[in-house]
Design a protein around this ligand. Sequence first.
Ligand code: ACM
Ligand code: ZN
Length: 681
Amino acid sequence: MKILISAAIAALLTTTAFTSAAATVDVTPLPAHITDASGEMIITPATTLVIEAPKDDAERLRRYIDTEWRHFPASAAKNTSRIQLRTVGHIDGVDSPEGYRLSVTPDATIIEATSGAGLFYGLQTLIQLADGTDTITAVDITDSPRFGYRGMMLDISRHYRDKKFILKQIDALARLKINRLHLHLTDAAGWRIEIKRYPRLTEYAAWRPELTWKEWTDGGARYAEATDFNAHGGFLTQDDAREIVRYAADRYITVIPEIEMPSHSEELTATFPEISCTHNPKGEPDVCVGNEQTFEILQNILDEVMDIFPSEYIHIGGDEASKKAWKECDLCHQRMTQEGLKDVDQLQSYLIHRIEQYLNSKGRSLIGWDEIMEGGLAPNATVMSWRGTEGGIKAARSGHQAVMSPGGYCYLDSYQDAPATQPVAISGYLPLQRVYSYDPAPDSLGIDVTRWITGIQGNLWTEYVPTAQHAEYMLWPRMIAIAEIGWTPQALRSWESFRPRALKVADHMQSDGYTVFDLRGEAGNRRQSTRPAEHLAKGKKVTYNVPWWSNYNAAGEATLTDGLRGGWSYGDGRWQGFLHRGDQRVDVTIDLEKPTDITYVGADFMQITGPGVWFPAKVEISVSDDGKNFTTLTTIEHKQKDSTGLSFKEFSWSGTARARYVRYCATSTEGCQFTDEIIIR
Ligand code: ACM
Ligand code: ZN
């Protein structure tokens, strides 16, 4: 253990019961208030364990200590050192029931909390302080979490992960004081929870002929019978799920089930074609909101789900509904007329409201992805913000709880290092440091907003994550950063303090048999993005002959000549998007302000076809003296080809020319294009 404490702060401590001073211990997430003390406690074979807590908590804690830390003798020998855990009515300076006070002196280690969860978190801190030894340096810690919701989501639909895998991750989450595990149980790629009333869901829609999600979608996204010789997939039986819930509860983690609706529901509508608008037996993404049978089936499913999962929150998805079939469906039209709904957004909102009422009537609360706000948010709903932070902030402003999980910081399916060094990922670039840099509730939002932001969640979607080992590799160490963001006061967080502690946790996890990304071997961001580019067009005005795509503004009209090159992610604010929709293309003119000798004009493009980012099909570079009459320097034809992973390509001209205006035009017949800078030399 290491205590860093400056003399000035030490002087301060003599007059303060506890402080948020810069004292630090080798504990992750870093505790809120630490003061050092003198001496150390040695655990000996005679050291006793005393737990004074309600029976359930006491049994849980004793069992956990026995199996996960070390065995202490049951009977108390007189005059020996002791470790004591006790629940108390109140702790000075701690409001959260998850907070605790931990005091280590040579004779005794005492953990006090107002709940079993608080004792459990104090215990986690103690276990880290002991760090596998018999010596605990004296310290006094008063600690409580910044957020009440500290979560991880695991998608077990795209690639099924079994009970054993989930229990193993729960072990790691518990050590980091994470308190929610959100299981994405249903999606097009497979239904993963046994529903006794509807066995077809797991006899059929939990299986597919292809092993991987990519092969499955490429192969037409069909389901298989469980008994087929080539069936791949699986599901949690209700017994499995109950065991997971119990195991998590023993570690003070609540398991939140997600049942997707009204979209991402192909496996449901393939099993029950009658509840899609088209009755297509292959399955439709959206359920029919006009059909009463849809509600009957969803509510019957939710009944069984609520019986298995005691979680207050039930996640109902709500994201990315296409809403297309609703526009052509008589039943959906009827529903809209009857209910006075003016558009399909309100039709979605009708379903969410009705499901919320149902959940509320059973004493549960609805949580969903931020699209549940479209058409009007249900009155008691909590929003999980994934399309950036705007959804969560908007929900918070209107007095709804929000859990922040923005893609740019919390989507753990993004590359965590230079893509060429990594297994193929969906897209993006999210190294540990960027995850750690996220603040879910910055003071700048104001207290009226931040008080509604109840937490943070890291999400592992698994379209491109086919194996258990690969899933662990994507989770760790990035979930360590999510844990510290969720727990530690913002003012105490620093990358310099966090990185060595994260390395230590990662090393421990590796020796415990987890597959963990090697932080020491990190290659880092795209070289071009790490220093400014110097060239003739830098700072010069760009005229957009067609506008860029407003979803990816980057730095607006400065983007292509600001000298700032993009990194590995098209979402990093340096790549500008151009959506192929009719005549949308890259078409810009740069004014060099005076006739200039030039030898090179070029731009880099990015391709990652999974999310629809393509190299251009044709690039034309031309020059002009008056900005009206252009002479073509080169036309580059490029055969567009699907590819795996992320790649970059330069489309350029080299030669000699003299001109004031340079026009760069790139067209595509696929998806969208991204470029970061037009370089002229
Ligand atoms: C999501 O990523 N569609 C919630
Ligand atoms: Zn319909």
